[in-house]
Ligand binder design. Sequence first.
Ligand code: NAI
Length: 388
Amino acid sequence: MTQVKRPLRLGMVGGGEGAYIGNIHRIAARMDGAWQLVAGAFDVDPQRGQAFAAREGLDPARSYADYKAMVEGERNRSDKIDAVAICTPNFTHYPIARAFIEAGFDVICEKPLTAQLADAIELEKLVREKNRFMGVTYTYSGYPMVHEAKAMVAAGELGTIRTVQVEYPLEWMATAIEQQGNAQAAWRTDPTKNGKGGSIGDIGTHAYHLAGFVTGLTLDTLTADLATFVKGRALDDNAHVMMRYQGGARGLLWSSQVALGNSNGVRLRVFGEKAGLVWFQEQPNELLVSPLNGQTKIIKRGADGLSPGAKARTRTPPGHPEGYLEAFSNLYAGFAEAIHARREGRAPSAIGQNIPTAYDGLKGVAFVEAVVDSSAADDQPWLKPVAV
Ligand code: NAI
């Protein structure tokens, strides 16, 4: 594990009492001592947010009623936050990120980057114009064995990639829990809050990023079939996407919120001319590699001879499991290193390389838009075989 510099000061918007991902961000930020949470506007309800900040032990002067007050309160402080983490529902990412970037802050933003494509384009441009850093928390690119897979592909160990199979199945939305008081499901099934891609926006974006991250392939075109299985739901809860990458490789992506038996079964399989590989998030410490000779081997996290990207993201010897929280922490350590390196005018060390940034966020939103448009297009050829 690479040691990082002085703790950066982190602010957080969203992620208050009962919220999901904010707590993961806080654990991740703390794990390597790279960040210190010092300010926040944690809840859409200011009172709840301030009560939460008090429980977290924050200075009351830095517990803000909303993100606008936070921008104003922080911008002129000598000990102002180094970056803000945006852990709110999708439709709020754009105005919040915009306000902080315009005020000169670096940003860590949840995926999907925005609910609308135009906003993602605008935001990515603004990050460049204002010369800010923006990290986007594509969690799965924090895993060491995902970096090992990426390094193997880049070194040509798989040969030319032929096909990529990636899936992200979930089960928690298999019934209409959004109508039974589940707050997380409620905004995720509301197009005005979530954006127009249901499962594809929520988790398909993770799968899309993971496939491109490991293979280095660039998407050319896609065709998609979205379905909504739960009655009364306004957005897709299952997506099948066929992809053609530049250079001729093919891809198949499946995201589902109704796949009973699958909790967070992210799985990536990449097949090249010389070898295939499999990474599965329920066994994230292992990478299966199958060369032409049929002798499949298991490469373990922490083993000798792994790539610098994998080594930099490893804390414990092989056999001691590392998982989701460590992967998320690797993103935070990487963001910290990227920020330090920019300030010091040097190239980042391995932990700060190959991290998801604003353009990755934009690509994710563009992908969702194309999937939804493809599925809605009525000129998609569906042919019926003569015997079925
Ligand atoms: P949630 O519904 O559990 O929490 C949202 C939080 O944001 C709540 O505390 C709410 O009060 C607060 N909030 C809403 N509007 C706000 C505003 N204007 N100002 C301040 N706070 C506000 O949502 P969840 O599941 O934690 O998702 C949040 C984001 O994280 C989403 O964009 C989601 O896609 C993403 N996410 C990413 C994951 C990953 O693996 N990277 C996993 C789960 C969610």
